[in-house]
Design a protein around this ligand. Structure first.
Ligand SMILES: [Zn+2]
Length: 168
């Protein structure tokens, strides 16, 4: 699958994203198409546009020097798509896998989205001690995720399934 280059509003190259993600950013008016693949089109129920090769963000985003997303509670909820790491239901809180009282830090790898109920139930224990295994391991967001987070994306990974790539 081809990736799309993303430029900041200042035309500085920032990152690459998948074609689908690039189209979504354009459809959400967060980016404009600077260059497209002449021979490829993205087609969906109400969409038929040339596949973007380069897009430019409408708003300037400040991306940290290391190109890694700084840890934040909101970022953890976005990364985990607002799903509880323990039961999969909607999450509104952030849980420390190793509790802060046991030296656990505010880091991407030590925090997960959690529903309030599970967060309360787990309390000051590790998942092993609480008998609450993680449904998935926490991970560090990629530089592309960091950019999407700076843009105010609600999710990192969601790709619409209604878009298809066709040769024009
Ligand atoms: Zn839960």
């Amino acid at each position: 699958m081809r990736d799309t280059l993303v430029l900041n509003a200042s035309f500085e190259p920032l990152s690459t994203v998948t074609l689908n993600r690039a189209v979504v950013l354009v459809l959400q008016d967060k980016a404009v198409v600077e260059q497209s693949h002449p021979e490829l089109r993205m087609r969906g129920a109400a969409v038929d546009i040339p596949a973007p090769r380069v897009i430019r963000l409408c708003r300037y985003v400040r991306v940290p020097f290391r190109r890694q997303a700084p840890w934040s509670r909101r970022g953890v909820l976005v990364r985990d798509r607002h799903r509880c790491a323990y039961c999969g239901r909607r999450a509104t809180t952030v849980d420390h896998v190793v509790p802060r009282s046991r030296g656990g830090q505010d880091t991407w790898l030590n925090t997960v989205a959690s529903c309030a109920e599970d967060n309360h139930r787990k309390a000051d224990r590790t998942p092993e001690q609480a008998g609450m295994p993680l449904l998935r391991e926490p991970f560090e967001p990629t530089p592309a995720d960091a950019m999407l987070l700076a843009l105010g994306a609600d999710e990192f990974a969601a790709l619409p399934d209604w878009l298809a790539l066709d040769a024009a």
